[in-house]
Design a protein around this ligand. Structure first.
Ligand code: HEM
Length: 412
């Protein structure tokens, strides 16, 4: 039965839509009436023949797609469901070396190597330094004084940047560059940043060149960082230099944007649900970070491509069809969550899919992200417990990121 609640031409990946809000009512309508629905995309660019994608909106189906890589491949690009004039075929082809866009067994080989840098021990090793950073970031935001400050630039951006830079081993003086590059690579749909295809590609090339320089240095003089681990794997012949360069590039993006947006949405949720903030300040529930990620779902959707004809949600998916898995919808599925539209920092269990649907690509940085979110909200609760919302968030224009560019807050 076609879904009556969805207007003709509606596309969940329309950046004009996400710039204003995540389309939660439309997700709810689809989950009920047509949980796997073909969404046409007229004039899709970039030399692809695609004319649309299947929108998968139920929790169970998003999990199914994520955990069956033999049917739903990542090879033809995971992140870009909507093409625009800034995205060219050549740049999509180049992204094949990114872990997110690999299938087993290639993916298994590379993931086994890179996850050596993400062991619980490695993350624990960062904890004390990140705690000190979180305290310093919040103290610096306080010192700005004045009537209000931007939470995104003053607080939410800082810890993810420092964490990822520590992990990769980027020296302090170069960290701002990594931040700028990652912004440029992801904000191509937002005219405020005026990012052209060339700028995006140039930023990608610069990150890779930077990573290659680091690799050369670590070969001479190994350190305790992920680049040294990867360089050792390269020397053993287990990782090629493209895979290495693109992995560092991916970390720069994956580690920065996502956690920044989770933190910002989390702060906004606390400011608009004061009883939850009071509870958090009192009890500091360890469950809060996961609820923030469920609530925010910074990555609205990723996609897969069908490797064979298959059936899903009563629909025939043809080989070659693109399938959009909407984490933002799965995370509000009433089949799985009690009161899914309530922000509840004590929610437990919380089987949300904000870090992915549990398949082989499940977020490698989850423990680090959860640690960062805990550290930053603890630091805020300690030092700035009475923040006030000054203006509604200014959102990023994007086809797949639930992003915030500015959130003005002040201390009471
Ligand atoms: C993959 C979300 C933080 C590194 C993913 C995926 C999602 C995601 C949805 C795809 C999962 C799939 O396709 O099944 C998030 C969110 C974060 C976050 C919401 C913060 C709140 C981080 C951090 C890092 C990171 C801090 C690194 C330091 C990665 C990597 C992958 C990934 C490397 C690819 C894994 C693979 O393809 O095997 N993340 N992420 N993420 N994430 Fe995260």
């Amino acid at each position: 039965m076609p879904c009556p609640a969805l207007p003709d031409g509606f596309d969940f990946t329309d950046p004009d839509l996400l710039q204003h809000h995540v389309p939660l009512p439309e997700f709810a309508a689809l989950r009920q009436a047509e949980p796997v629905r073909w969404i046409p995309q007229a004039g899709n660019a970039a030399g692809f023949q695609d004319d649309g994608y299947w929108a998968v909106t139920r929790h169970a189906d998003v999990r199914y797609v994520s955990t069956h890589p033999e049917i739903f491949s990542s090879y033809l690009n995971t992140a870009i469901i909507r093409f625009n004039e800034h995205i060219e075929r050549a740049s999509i082809d180049a992204q094949r070396f990114i872990l997110l866009n690999m299938d087993p067994p290639e993916h298994t080989r590379v993931r086994q190597i890179v996850q050596r840098g993400f062991t619980p021990r490695a993350i624990r090793g960062l904890e004390e330094r990140l705690r000190a950073r979180a305290t310093a970031i919040v103290a610096a935001a306080r010192e700005q004084g004045g009537d209000s400050f931007d939470f995104v630039t003053s607080v939410a951006s800082e810890l993810p940047l420092q964490a990822i830079a520590e992990l990769i081993g980027v020296p302090q003086d170069d960290r701002a560059k990594i931040f700028e590059w990652s912004n440029k690579m992801i904000a191509y749909d937002d005219p405020e940043y005026a990012i052209t295809a060339e700028v995006g590609q140039q930023s990608a090339a610069e990150v890779i060149a930077y990573a290659m320089n680091m690799a050369a240095e670590r070969k001479r003089c190994p350190a305790h960082d992920i680049v040294s681990t990867l360089v050792a794997a390269e020397d053993e012949g287990n990782l090629n230099s493209d895979e290495f360069g693109f992995f560092v590039l991916m970390l720069a993006v994956a580690g920065n944007e996502t956690t920044r947006n989770a933190t910002t949405h989390g702060m906004h949720a606390f400011l608009t649900h004061p009883e939850q903030w009071e509870l958090y300040k009192r009890e500091r529930p360890a469950t809060a970070a996961e609820e923030i990620v469920r609530w925010a779902t910074p990555v609205v959707a990723f996609q897969r491509t069908a490797t064979q004809d298959t059936e899903l949600g009563g629909k025939l998916i043809r080989k070659g069809d693109r399938v959009g898995i909407f984490y933002a919808s799965a995370n509000r599925d009433p089949e799985v969550f009690d009161a899914p539209d309530s922000f509840d920092v004590t929610r437990d269990p919380n089987p949300h899919l904000g870090f992915g649907g549990g398949g082989p690509h499940f977020c490698l940085g989850k423990s680090l992200a959860v640690l960062e979110i805990n550290l930053i909200f603890n630091a805020i609760a300690d030092a700035m417990p009475d923040l006030r919302l000054v203006e509604d968030p200014r959102r990023l224009r994007s086809a797949w990121i639930n992003g915030v560019k500015e959130l003005r807050v002040s201390e009471e």
